[in-house]
Write a protein that binds this ligand. Structure first.
Ligand SMILES: Cc1ncc(C[n+]2csc(CCOP(=O)(O)OP(=O)(O)O)c2C)c(N)n1
Ligand SMILES: [Mg+2]
Length: 337
């Protein structure tokens, strides 16, 4: 467990050039994703949705990464925990809830894919598959296409630390190294792959330690620090855009909830451990930072919560009112149609 290394509670805003307005927007994005996600746990327990897989605890790195991109220009290949990332790129709570309820018109696959398989042609979000790490060679392919076309688009691909045990991770990053691709591979290291801890996935302390074997840059960042995450991702994206090749970024973070709605994490980790990580909650830390700088107070926070609740309520009501697809629609295509 790498928890001891992460005792810092303040944020590292070195060289972060964001306006107060943008900082507040990023905070709102994190709160918005958290509340939309929490609601789905409740809806699952009420028997209203079949399954939920959650990004709670990982909002810092996700929003930091999204704001470091040229949103709408760069490509993103996301994984199932990237609720905050997807929202920050323009994916909406309504779309998220259509997928959760499996309703007609669900934009990523007509509700034929599992929920949280974020994709959008308009937003430059590549479609994703359920086998973990398959997105890495696909994203390397997208980055190669951009390079061959002479476009200055960067592709950001995300996955968990457990998924880095898959061959696809090695193949994709090897390709990125050989062809000096404009790719940033962001590993959200939340310590577990379902019940399997990091030390049973790899014999190195950091996923990013593997970067030299691909001939690419590597970086480790506190993923529960949204500002440090932003800076490290910005540097990696700039390197990629300037022709400097790919970077393997590892964000140290933690999944604060069970793996999915079907998991009981009490069987493999202590409550003390989870509590210790709650003290480093990325949203609470960012909130404290904004308060210290006089950008946030109780009244402003109440207003953010009210606005977010309204949006989540509205998205839920919208998705609930939409009909289920007819049974024969299940036979339609997942990636096209
Ligand atoms: C190739 C493959 N093997 C197994 C699974 C089942 N599976 C889904 S998520 C997951 C854990 C992945 O852990 P990690 O990459 O650390 O991401 P996290 O869920 O912790 O964010 C597993 C084993 C899968 N989807 N694909
Ligand atoms: Mg993991």
């Amino acid at each position: 467990m790498a928890t001891e290394a992460l005792t810092v509670h303040t944020l590292d805003d070195t060289a972060v050039d964001l306006s107060s307005e943008t900082l507040l927007e990023m905070h709102w994005q994190m709160v918005r994703a958290r509340r939309a996600d929490e609601r789905l746990w409740a809806l699952h327990r009420q028997g209203k949705i079949a399954f939920h897989i959650s990004g709670i605890g990982q909002e810092g790195i996700q929003v930091g990464a999204a704001y470091a991109m040229r949103r709408g220009h760069d490509y993103a290949s996301l994984y199932y925990r990237d609720v905050a990332f997807a929202f920050a790129l323009g994916y909406t709570p309504r779309e998220f809830y259509l997928a959760a309820f499996g309703k007609e018109g669900e934009p990523t696959s007509g509700a034929r894919q599992m929920p949280s398989h974020f994709s959008s042609r308009a937003l430059g979000m590549l479609s994703s598959s359920s086998p973990v790490a398959t997105q890495v060679p696909q994203a390397a392919g997208a980055a190669l296409a951009c390079k061959l076309r002479g476009e200055d688009r960067v592709t950001v691909v995300t996955l968990g630390e457990g998924a880095t045990s898959e061959g696809d991770f090695y193949e994709g990053l090897n390709w990125a190294g050989v062809h000096r691709l404009p790719l940033v591979c962001l590993v959200q290291n939340n310590v577990y792959a379902i019940s399997v801890p990091q030390h049973l996935q790899m014999a190195v302390p950091h996923v990013a330690d593997r970067a030299p074997m691909f001939g690419i840059a590597g970086a480790v960042v506190d993923g529960n620090d949204v500002l440090a995450s932003y800076r490290v991702m910005k540097e990696a994206i700039q390197r990629a855009r300037d022709g400097g090749g790919a970077t393997l970024v590892e964000a140290k973070t933690y999944r604060l909830v069970p793996h999915s709605s079907d998991d009981d994490d009490r069987s493999y980790r202590s409550r003390d451990e989870v509590e210790a990580w709650k003290q480093r909650d990325p949203i609470a830390r960012f909130g404290a930072y904004l308060r210290e700088r006089g950008l946030l107070d109780d009244e402003a926070l109440d207003e953010i919560e009210r606005r977010v609740r309204q949006e989540v309520d509205e998205a839920q009501a919208f998705a609930q009112a939409v009909p289920y697809p007819p049974p024969e629609a299940a036979l339609g295509p997942v990636f096209k149609g």
